[in-house]
Design a protein. Structure first.
Length: 93
């Protein structure tokens, strides 16, 4: 039987890989004047748990780092997610 913690770990792995890949894909498309990944999609993957992958992708690909709403928004999402995780696990042994 699959435990909920295992499902959560698989979800987080997948969504972080997707967020990272989307940052790389969008950077590649930006260089080639191709169809871009909507900013809404990049933020949605971060909100769904992929903020570490999105931040890593931003830094590695040097993508969206000059846009203030990405520069401050992605870390804000990560901080909120960490605070939520701490709050949910507080008091558990």
């Amino acid at each position: 039987m699959i435990r909920p913690a295992d499902l959560l770990a698989l979800w987080l792995l997948g969504v972080n890989l997707a967020a990272f890949a989307l940052m790389g894909w969008d950077k590649r498309r930006a260089r080639r004047d191709g169809r871009r990944v909507p900013e809404r999609t990049l933020f949605l993957t971060a909100l769904l748990g992929g903020s570490p992958g999105a931040i890593l992708g931003m830094q590695l690909f040097r993508h969206k780092t000059k846009h203030w709403y990405f520069k401050f928004g992605m870390p804000a999402i990560l901080i909120a997610q960490l605070a939520l995780a701490l709050w949910l696990t507080a008091g558990r042994s």
